[in-house]
Write a protein that binds this ligand. Structure first.
Ligand code: 4NP
Length: 155
């Protein structure tokens, strides 16, 4: 499986999602490729936000080696599944994909936990550390569900 996590900046939310899913896939002996990208180009080449790094590390996950990149229309051809953090990320992904768009590959990540609710991972960019802990918890639960669902479907 190749899975891409997408948010606006690829600096706060999707780097945490990438780190979490990579960690959980490795623990489950799944040879998955996990990456993340931003729909904007504001932070290309930068490491994750210092609070994303801090909160991930408190929880035992080192995301410091990640580098921000921008989502592009080839990504939807390369990845099996693309997870958007919020509805505007979803709309931006669709726009950036153009004629490559494939509806069933792209999903709001919290749909894994609460199907049909269109819930969003809130953007912690303008807030304090608490927001990053909240994001981590939501993404931890969602990534756990992704692994559980995949492994139970194999049985
Ligand atoms: P992210 O958060 O989409 O979770 O990475 C943001 C990061 C940067 C900006 C907005 C949101 N920004 O406006 O630069």
């Amino acid at each position: 499986m190749k899975i891409l996590m997408v948010c606006l900046g690829n600096i706060c939310r999707s780097p945490i999602a990438e780190g979490l899913l990579a960690e959980k896939a490795a623990k489950a002996n799944l040879d998955w490729i996990i990456d993340s990208a931003g729909t904007s180009g504001y932070h290309i080449g930068e490491p994750p936000h210092h609070l994303s790094q801090k909160v991930a590390l408190i929880n035992g996950i080192d995301i410091s080696a990640q580098k921000c990149r921008q989502f592009n229309a080839q990504d939807i051809l390369i990845y099996d599944k693309i997870y958007a953090m919020d509805a505007s990320n979803y709309a931006d992904i669709k726009h950036l994909c153009g004629k490559n768009w494939v509806n069933n590959k792209v999903k709001l990540i919290l749909e894994e936990l609460h199907p049909g609710k269109n819930m969003e991972v809130p953007d912690p960019w303008y807030g304090g550390e608490d927001g990053f802990h909240q994001v981590f918890k939501l993404l931890d639960d969602a990534c756990e569900r992704i692994i559980q669902q995949y492994t139970s479907n194999l049985k």
